[in-house]
Design a protein around this ligand. Structure first.
Ligand SMILES: Cc1cc2nc3c(=O)[nH]c(=O)nc-3n(C[C@H](O)[C@H](O)[C@H](O)COP(=O)(O)OP(=O)(O)OC[C@H]3O[C@@H](n4cnc5c(N)ncnc54)[C@H](O)[C@@H]3O)c2cc1C
Length: 415
């Protein structure tokens, strides 16, 4: 019997996440309009479809082996700004950093934050701050407006593209007087001292706060906090006094602890954005949430990471953030408490088994692993980490009974 070789179409391209692990081939559609996106969803094959921003999430959430992937890069227009209402409407493929740069001369910034990731990707990865409404393309090729507070809105924020394709979003903007933040960094001898400071009454709740904990060497911790600088707060004689809303010319922290707001800053450092392990190096991004009151679990995980034999030692440091509120949706990653993240070079011997142990610790503490960054979680732990998983599955079954929206992640974890 003759065996017919499987010849993949030229349009099938290999895709990975930012970590460059687990590549898979998908038919890449590049819609330039909402109508073309609807056409791509309606024409998808039996392996379904999923949306993709810039592929900046760490794992396989924006991949769909053998199916369709909608690359939304061309849907990047800012459609309108209502300064009185403090709202901007933009297409889902718009990079939040580019939006921040476009708004800066008007003295405005998106409340959703800024970086080299897209509006749609940020929403689907769980960032819903300042999102008032979105246009969602469904499995039937129809789009509908979904507003903040509706169950479908909550399921779409953090829904990993599995509730539909976000075509555009209405985002809140906030006024800024200058393009700068003032950053302060405080050094602690170890993570215990950091947590004591951060949970104590005196710690200021700054808009931007992130700690770096050394995983090698002395195990010191560095807490950086930053707040927007009003015009009157610019140092005397600083050239920004002449043009406070011009794009800053330096990327990092400059004189007087001034640093550019996140979007403008990223524009200058974009080529360097990534794992820090060199261009093209594959890495695993581990990101987990640990609830407030379970700080001993956080300390235990950091101690395991810093252990002499830890396969994660290649990471050099871990990032720790304080989270002040739970996420709303059934697949929300955010848990009031702590967020821990690190990038580890892929392929370190024993890394898979080691991260499985971390997963168990996280689950036992009532925490969860971030699915948008994941490429390796075992499915058995999913309902433990995400107790409202059944609600998400129920909503998807009602909305998309044929499971049109699928990804490598959704197949791997049975989402
Ligand atoms: C305030 C803020 C802070 C952040 N901080 C960090 C950080 O410190 N470190 C870091 O690594 N990342 C950070 N991120 C990025 C975030 O974690 C995601 O990785 C990123 O937003 C996804 O990038 P992307 O747009 O390229 O989407 P992709 O990686 O391409 O896709 C990610 C997911 O979104 C889905 N998706 C993409 N577009 C759409 C769409 N239009 N409709 C429906 N689903 C879609 C995909 O299917 C996939 O499930 C931050 C994001 C924000 C908003």
């Amino acid at each position: 019997m003759a065996v017919e070789p499987l010849v993949l179409d030229d349009d099938f391209v290999p895709l990975t996440g930012a970590g460059r692990t687990a590549p898979s081939l998908a038919l890449l559609a590049r819609p330039r309009s909402a109508a073309e996106a609807a056409g791509a969803v309606l024409r998808r094959g039996p392996r379904g479809a999923v949306a993709r921003g810039r592929g900046r999430s760490g794992g396989d959430a924006a991949q769909n082996a053998g199916g369709t992937v909608l690359d939304l890069a061309a849907l990047d227009r800012i459609r309108g700004l209502d300064q009185a209402a403090g709202l901007v409407v933009c297409e889902a493929g718009t990079e939040l950093g580019a939006l921040a740069r476009a708004l800066l001369p008007l003295g405005l910034q998106p409340r959703a934050g800024a970086g080299p990731w897209t509006v749609g990707g940020a929403i689907a990865s769980g960032y819903g701050t300042g999102v008032a409404a979105l246009e969602l393309l469904g499995a039937d090729g129809e789009s509908r407006t979904v507003r903040h507070g509706e169950p479908l809105f909550d399921a779409t924020v953090g829904g990993l593209g599995l509730t539909g394709v976000v075509l555009s979003a209405t985002l809140a903007v906030r006024p800024v007087e200058t393009a700068y933040l003032r950053e302060r960094t405080v050094r602690f001898r170890d993570v215990d001292a950091l947590l004591a400071h951060w949970t104590g009454g005196g710690a200021p709740r700054e808009p931007y706060a992130r700690a770096r904990v050394e995983l090698a060497g002395r195990g010191r911790a560095f807490l950086s906090t930053a707040a927007p600088v009003p015009y009157a707060g610019l140092p005397r004689g600083h050239r920004a006094r002449r043009a406070p809303l011009a794009l800053p010319s330096f990327p990092g922290v400059g004189a007087g602890g001034l640093r550019p707001l996140p979007g403008p800053a990223r524009a200058r450092v974009l080529p360097a954005y990534g794992s820090g392990f060199g261009p093209g190096a594959a890495f695993v991004r581990y990101r987990c949430a640990v609830p407030e009151g379970r700080e001993e679990a956080l300390r235990g995980i950091l101690a395991l990471l810093a252990g002499r034999r830890s396969p994660a030692r290649g990471a050099r440091h871990a990032r720790v953030e304080r989270v002040y509120a739970d996420g709303a949706g059934p697949l929300a990653f955010r848990v009031r408490g702590w967020c821990l993240g690190l990038d580890v070079p892929a392929g370190a011997p024993g890394l898979g088994r080691f991260l499985d142990v971390l997963d168990e610790r996280v689950a036992a503490a009532g925490g969860r692993v971030c699915l948008a960054e994941d490429a390796r979680l075992r499915p058995a732990l999913l309902p433990v980490m995400y107790p409202r998983l059944a609600a998400f599955r129920g909503l998807r079954a009602a909305l998309d009974p044929g499971s049109v929206f699928r990804s490598d992640l959704s197949r791997r974890l049975g989402l």
